[in-house]
Design a protein around this ligand. Sequence first.
Ligand code: ZN
Length: 341
Amino acid sequence: MRVILNPKQDAHVPPGEIENGEVIPCYERPERLTAIRTALEAAGGHTFEEPPVCTEDAVASVHDPAYIVYLRETAAEIRRSRGSTPKVQWPTVFPYGPSPRAGGNRALRGQFCFDTYTPVLGGTFAAALGGASAALHAAELIASGTAKQVYVLTRPPGHHAERDRCGGYCYFNHAALVAERLAKLGRVAVLDLDVHHGNGAQHIFYDRGDVLTVSVHGDPAGLYPFFSGYADETGTGAGVGANLNVPLPPGTGVKEYRPALATALDAVRRFAPAFLVLPFGADAHEADPIGGLKLPTGYFREMGAAVRELGLPTVVTQEGGYNLDALGPCVAEVLRGLEGV
Ligand SMILES: [Zn+2]
């Protein structure tokens, strides 16, 4: 498969993430991509390429321009800073009240972020723009008919990024960027198979009838991102019926995951899209440290093969997956299934 890389991914290396008030080691780190690339090279049959750098205007197709400027300027300020300015900026206060006002950087940190896992560093904007570039290049390859299947190998991931907020390690929403580009040509389905709810695309397209968003994930009552991903979220306005969530209880294994995926795939078929975007995370694997589901490595080829049956031009975006031993093999298997090899 054609693999599009983010050439700037290692510009963003947070020193930790804040969990329940403690700084713990980051689950989301550059070694993840090394593990995936190593597995794909060992599997063979993949070509790797870097994208041209996209414009901020292109990113603004799904993100608030003020949010883009915030990330760019904050990263630049951190790089320029000497002395007291922190090298990592974490939000500590989030917007409240009916008309929150943000008068300075400390407020903006909370305005443009929704958790304590997703700090801004000097290299964050470059890494995020590199990921957006990779996603948009993949979209162009599909739009032009040059490729039928493309895999975007990038980090930080994207599917939790909202129109105007980072969160869940994500800054720019790669799947939404691809979907928005391809929606100019025909109906698009976004099928999110990361173990965490694909909140970003759901919200960005919630009132749209031309982009279907479907997500199969661990029940948000107990799993990140907690505030969305329930089965009764079905869209609004023109988007009513164009969002489907399939939440699964902790410990779900292949036996229960298989029919859930079939339900998701049926919804995609009924929507009759021209294109598919597949935000994929290997964090539904049984050895993932934060996912809570129980899928074995061998199932991921079946997962890919089931998606292949849709017969759609497809962009796969790399999302989560935090067990460094399982991650590479899971990606290799899902791509093998998608390619039918
Ligand atoms: Zn995830």
